[in-house]
Design a protein around this ligand. Structure first.
Ligand SMILES: C[S@@+](CC[C@H](N)C(=O)[O-])C[C@H]1O[C@@H](n2cnc3c(N)ncnc32)[C@H](O)[C@@H]1O
Length: 378
């Protein structure tokens, strides 16, 4: 089995969830920066990057330089990259692209690094071609994020990393609007979040089937199908069931699917027993969202039924929570679905699942949602 090492760069939209998605899809990662990780994996696992929601790009043959408060000039950076290029940049045309993560490194200018590095590497067998190069060298200037939109337990120092842009990231999430689908309703989950929930459900290996017991317009079913995963979707509302079917025909995904009408508390009876499922859903909640228990019984009922259907499965969902969730570590007193997060986790354990990951996402000024990944409690 051939293995390769890659560095991946994450979307600035949500660095903690970028790292969770990378762990779920790729296994153990070395976190180099809030938005950068390094890992070694087989090609079969690396192929998953192209379906990711929050991975921006992948670089191969990388080298790195930590900058510990010392000053570094563009000329020094260019010399390091030029030395590396002698061993790692294949012959053919090339271009240099510098990009910043967070605040970048000191006052290093991307433009200066690009021109100086290009000039040092340029030769008869390695000419520059900015339009259509055979090889793209990416130089990442990564620094702390000085104005994060939410709290992140991981802090970042200054690091310069460079490598060859790898095709592994081609096809990662590019953001089609759900309003282009034939059946759209305001409840439709943001496609990027739907894709993220499906990707997180790879955390214990590729799921056998994605089950969405609250499928609505089919936002999760569409993303799962685009990744080639079999889908079983259901909803209590027959208009949603028809709408999901229409959307699934329209998307003509790469896998089998079935859509039925029925309550989320009965999925085990609707579909029978199937090992290795991932239950990915966005449950309904009341108008007061995080402050009321409306929706709590529906959630717990769906979890009990999911466990009966697939005792070795996973659950990946989103729960309404107080916006405080965004400003610090998640405490047991945080209000989630009308109760404290600590007691709610206990209620979830009673259904046979245990929370392994939770991370908040901002919805608007007065609402956030916790992305929650669960595994069997025993
Ligand atoms: C937040 S929406 C899901 C949106 C969906 N993820 C999408 O992208 O369109 C919740 C859905 O749960 C459905 N629902 C409400 N109560 C239900 C129940 N007891 N069993 C199954 N579905 C239910 C609603 O009809 C609604 O379509």
């Amino acid at each position: 089995m051939q293995v390769r090492s890659l560095a991946i760069l994450g979307s600035g939209w949500h660095p903690p969830l970028f790292r969770e998605e990378a762990r779920a899809l790729l296994g153990p990662i070395e976190v180099l920066h809030q938005r950068m990780a390094f890992f070694t994996q087989s090609n079969e696992v690396i192929d998953r990057i192209s379906g990711a929601s929050l991975i921006d790009e992948a670089l191969s043959s990388t080298s790195r330089l930590w900058v510990y408060n010392q000053k570094i000039t563009p000329d020094e950076v260019a010399s390091h990259v030029a030395e590396w290029s002698q061993s790692f940049l294949p012959e053919g045309t090339f271009s240099i692209r510098a990009r910043r993560l967070g605040s970048g490194v000191g006052s290093l200018s991307r433009r200066e690094i690009e021109t100086m590095t290009g000039a040092k590497i340029f030769s008869e067998t390695k000419p520059v071609n900015l339009e259509n190069p055979d090889h793209e060298v990416v130089v990442v200037l990564a620094g702390p994020d000085n104005s994060p939109s939410q709290w992140d337990e991981r802090e970042s120092g200054e690091l310069i990393l460079w490598g060859l842009r790898d095709p592994a990231s081609i096809g990662t999430y590019s953001g089609l609007s759900p309003t282009e689908r034939p059946f759209f309703k305001p409840v439709t989950l943001d496609p990027r979040l739907a894709r993220l929930l499906v990707c997180l459900s790879f955390s214990r290996g590729k799921p056998s089937v994605i089950v969405d017991p609250f499928c609505g317009t089919g936002g999760i079913a569409i993303e799962a199908s685009n990744l080639g995963l079999q889908v079983l979707a259901s909803d209590l509302d027959s208009r949603m069931v028809e709408g999901t079917r229409t959307n699934m025909e329209w998307v003509s995904g790469k896998s089998e699917y079935s859509v039925k009408r029925g309550p989320a508390s009965q999925v085990h009876e609707m579909w029978g027993s199937i090992p290795g499922c991932s239950f990915v859903f966005d449950p309904p909640y009341g108008r007061n969202a995080w402050a009321s228990e409306d929706g709590l019984d529906l959630l717990l009922g769906a979890l009990v039924s999911a466990r009966a259907m697939s005792p070795d499965g996973t659950v990946c969902t989103m729960l309404p929570s107080s916006p405080e969730a965004l400003h610090g570590p998640i405490s047991d007193s945080l209000r989630v679905m009308g109760m404290g997060w600590g007691p709610l986790k206990e209620r979830i354990i009673e259904t046979g699942w245990k929370v392994s990951v939770c991370s908040p996402v901002r919805v608007h000024k007065s609402l956030s949602r916790l992305v929650v990944l669960c595994h069997p409690a025993d």
